[in-house]
Write a new protein. Sequence first.
Length: 149
Amino acid sequence: MKINNYINQTLSILMLSAVITAALVSCSSNDDSSKTSTAKAVHNPFDHTHDETVTDMVKHKFEHQFADECVSRELHNSVNPDNDKARFEKPCLCIAQYLMKNLTTKEAELFLTEHRNTQSLLIRYDNAAYHCLQESSTQPKPPQLFGKH
């Protein structure tokens, strides 16, 4: 009698697990179109991709116009503009190239057509100026403590 109950329980558990397995397998789909449609419907709040990409021609135009404005801004208070122009061209071009890496369509449009700077462009300008001027300037020697090099 004990063996008979044990066999009945084992068989009922096997039958139940077979039914559940069959139901799960029949519900799944190997169709890739159903996976992509649900992936597109999900909104990712951390996705900040831009809809439009900035073309290389617009980036090139931005780079040169920004560099020219940067040089003219620096030469405005210069005592010797001829000598200072050559000195300011390289850092200004470096800053423009640094800004161009993450340039958005809206920033490029506002700068090129309306001659306005966005707040994000101004923030990145400070970062780019720091980066470019750190590369070009000679770094001070570290202090020598206790006669060790």
